[in-house]
Design a protein around this ligand. Sequence first.
Ligand code: 9D3
Length: 246
Amino acid sequence: MRNMRFHVMTLFPDMVSQGLASSITGRALEKEIFSLNVVNIRDYSRDKHRHVDDYPYGGGAGMVMQPDPVYDCYADIVKSCGKKPRVIYMTPQGTVFSQKIAQELALEEELVFLCGHYEGIDDRVLEEIVTDYLSIGDYVLTGGELPAMVMIDSISRLIPGVLNNKESAEYESFQDGLLEYPQYTRPEVYHGMRVPEVLLSGHHANIEKWRHEQSLKRTFLRRPDLLDRACLSPSDKKYLEGLKNP
Ligand code: 9D3
């Protein structure tokens, strides 16, 4: 089995290590299903005060991360890799990350995530080492660490063995591109609200049909944009027409 290795270049290594040490990613790290090498870019400063940033040429607010510490950090990581790894720069200017991109990146043996801070990184080192520019969406964060953690979380769960059987089965059922149906557990009556009767009936075919219709209805109401790309049968389309024209 492939043992995927993630490298993260960051000024906040504890944030990344601690964030991924919990939950399912933490369990998979303990089981050595994938590994995580978090590297502090500051360790590659050439300055006695451990500076890694400087004023921008041409003026302007804030500081820019210098190219040398980033390059030296990268060079050290590459030395430990079999072949030249993809280097993903976390930036609000990147392509928006998606499940499709997660699936593509999960095929790699090694991935390097570069997290920026301040007003960004000297563009020359980015041109030299970065293969992919990725964002997690159109909102402003303080740095690339949370985006790197988001991507590692979603990529790692695609590695065989990270999810248990139940979790994997749930993933399979998501592949039709629809939202999940609602779930219920005990008690049967909560704050006066009953669990839908069909779920107590024990009639598996009816339960499947009800759940599938709930998925269609939810997707229609909450994420109608997904319906354009979903796999829909003729009877699904009929059901949706019924929702639109009651
Ligand atoms: C508003 C002008 N800029 C601030 C100096 C741009 C800017 C640069 C860097 C804004 C935020 C950041 C820090 N964010 C990331 O590094 C980042 C990010 C994000 O903010 N949103 C979504 N995805 C990503 S990936 C990396």
